[in-house]
Write a protein that binds this ligand. Structure first.
Ligand code: ASP
Length: 325
């Protein structure tokens, strides 16, 4: 019988409404969550492991990294696969963290819920059942960390939370899902090619992500650089362009030795230096690194790992450009 470790971290899947305060909070233990599993999962030996109890809006880079290391240890302990029950808000970042630092080829499945456990139509039990099946399957070996939700599973690098409340929130808009859970069947349609696993023993935390809008000033870029940022990720326009003020500030920041990475606020497609007169070409000539089609939040997770490993600027650029695609 396959042995799967169910690691709980809180999130909506483990939340209910407090009748006094009216707040929905993560308050359900792993064993209670396991007991709510009403869907058949076949012959799987499930061990529950309570890691923490937070809404994922309170998850941060060090906690997400220690969760990923915990996943690694459980797989080394002899489990055949791991399911991490996690809040949906930052699940894609935690799953990508695990994708980058867990060396095992065994299944690593992140899941959660959009409806709290005490709502009349909770989606947690079905997501959990699908995820346990996936984590116990041969098919999920070698895929890296995935998010399993609403009968689908997605590569950690590609997936994003696309809807605030609907249960079909997780999308890989550019590259598509990896596969489906169809009852007791796991169907894999594609395997992720762009993967790297790093031997990291710490992560950097002071990395700011700045989203640009029409006419954005240089205020945040300069403030971040003057106040301890180790690196900046810009979520720029289209192919990777910025306002003239941000372009000038980014060039100054790079001269101070602080890496600046360009991503796009578009949902799909790669950044590429094309435009002059203050566009992406100007930024690239100033030394900005273009992160392919990684989202801003995924590029930030990658940077936290790379900076934690004290790589040189050239090595970091090579890794970001490789994983950016
Ligand atoms: N809405 C969130 C969830 O799905 C809250 C969180 O991310 O913890 O769990």
């Amino acid at each position: 019988m396959r042995k799967v470790c169910l690691i709980t971290t809180g999130g909506t899947i483990a939340s209910q409404r407090d009748p006094h305060s009216g707040h929905v909070t993560a308050s359900i233990t792993g064993s209670e969550l396991r007991a709510m599993l009403t869907y058949p999962i076949g012959e799987i030996d499930v061990t529950v492991d309570d890691f923490c109890k937070v809404g994922s809006y309170a998850m941060d880079l060090p906690l997400s990294f220690s969760l990923a290391r915990h996943v690694s240890r459980r797989l080394e302990d002899g489990f055949d696969g791991v399911v991490v029950a996690h809040g949906t808000d930052t699940m894609e970042e935690s799953a990508f963290m695990a994708d980058l630092v867990v060396g095992s080829d065994k299944p690593i499945v992140y899941t959660g819920a959009q409806h709290a456990a005490d709502e009349p139509n909770p989606d947690g039990p079905q997501n959990l059942a699908d995820s346990l099946r996936l984590a116990a399957s041969d098919e999920a070996c070698g895929l890296g960390a995935v998010i399993c939700f609403d009968h689908e599973f997605h590569a950690a690098r590609d997936v994003t939370k696309s809807h605030t409340s609907r249960t079909d929130t997780f999308l890989s808009a550019e590259h598509g899902k990896l596969g489906d859970i169809d009852g007791d069947r796991v169907v894999v349609h594609r395997k992720p090619m762009l993967r790297r696993v790093y031997d990291a023993d710490r992560v950097a935390t002071d990395i700011d992500l700045i989203k640009l809008a029409m006419g954005t000033s240089d205020r945040y870029v300069r403030f971040a650089a003057d106040n301890g940022a180790q690196a900046l990720v810009l979520e720029g326009f289209g192919r990777g362009n910025a306002t003239p003020a941000v372009t000038a500030a980014a060039a100054d920041v790079i001269k101070k030795g602080i890496p600046v990475i360009m991503t796009s606020r578009c949902q799909r497609g790669r950044v590429k230096p094309i435009y002059g007169n203050g566009g992406g070409k100007t930024l690239a000539e100033a030394g900005i690194v273009f992160a392919g089609d990684l989202s801003g939040q995924k590029a930030r997770v990658l940077l936290s790992v790379l900076l934690g490993m004290d790589l040189s600027g050239d090595q970091m650029r090579a890794e970001i450009e490789y994983l950016g695609g």
